[in-house]
Design a protein around this ligand. Structure first.
Ligand SMILES: [Fe+2]
Ligand SMILES: [Fe+2]
Length: 271
């Protein structure tokens, strides 16, 4: 695999930032950089966007499918999945963040941006959770995540999580949201969103809660900064106020989505 040195250094925050990293941190950063195709697309400066046909031609070149959850595959060629730390008996949202979603930089930075921008608490919580279902599945992750969180969060938060996925495909100059180049790389420059995404967009345009998922797309933050202090601590009060943590633990509460949490807790179960 060819690694463009300038791309790697740029994603690490420049030459000075790299000089401050010890060798273990450099190894981790390199592993992160190479860890999956999504990251490669995020950091790409290639001016050429593939066509839908070219994107499809790559499918049989991989040993995994692009929609697979992050917990379930080591995407770098030859890499192995890691032994996961055990979960506590009654796991909380914090345990899932620390032990299964980590490093979760993207969602933590998105929530931090939403907080900095003065968003309502329901939206900050949506930003914090919006992509966490990618541990389970990347395909249709907004819909999976909304289902996974519906029993535990305000209705508007679940709505925002669910529909951020559809709205991300549609620019909205009124909110300063432009169609991301990332999508041209991942889906192809001539990609047309699927019928359910288009139908949801048409529904959302007339919906009184349109702004909720739109604000998630606006605060979606793509950055890899090893110096950034990303922690869940600034969001503990919001989580405490709006997240209904089941006392039995997520996965043990017999809710309609408990199996999703159990699968994330134990992704090494063979059946
Ligand atoms: Fe997303
Ligand atoms: Fe996101």
């Amino acid at each position: 695999m060819e690694i463009k040195r300038e791309n790697l250094i740029a994603t690490l925050g420049g030459e000075e930032s790299v000089a401050r990293l010890d060798s273990e941190a450099k190894a981790d950063a390199l592993e992160d950089f190479l860890s999956n195709e999504l990251d490669k697309a995020l950091t790409s400066t290639d001016p050429h966007f593939p066509t839908v046909a070219e994107v499809e031609q790559k499918i049989p070149t991989r040993h995994f499918r692009m929609g697979v959850g992050n917990l379930f595959v080591a995407q770098a060629p030859g890499a192995k999945v890691k032994l996961l730390p055990p979960m506590p008996a009654n796991p909380t949202l914090y345990d899932f963040f620390e032990l299964r979603f980590a490093p979760a930089n993207h969602v933590l930075q998105s929530a931090a941006l939403a907080m900095k921008n003065g968003m309502p608490e329901e939206i900050i919580l949506a930003c914090l959770l919006h992509d966490t279902a990618q541990a389970l599945l990347k395909a249709d992750h907004g819909y999976w995540a909304a289902q996974m969180y519906t029993p535990y969060v305000p209705e508007k938060t679940a709505f925002a999580i669910k529909y951020h996925q559809a709205l991300r495909f549609f620019a909205d100059p009124a909110y300063g949201y432009v169609y991301p180049d990332l999508y041209r790389r991942l889906f192809g420059e001539d990609y047309v969103p699927l019928p359910h995404i288009r139908a949801d967009y048409e529904m959302l345009k007339k919906h009184s809660w349109y702004e909720a998922p739109r604000l998630v797309t606006v605060n979606d933050y793509y950055s890899f900064d090893p110096d950034a202090k990303v922690s869940i601590d600034p969001f503990r009060e919001i989580i405490g106020r709006h997240f209904k943590q089941p006392k039995e633990g997520l996965g043990n509460d017999n809710s309609p989505v408990a199996h999703m949490w159990r699968t994330i807790a134990r992704p090494d179960m063979a059946l």
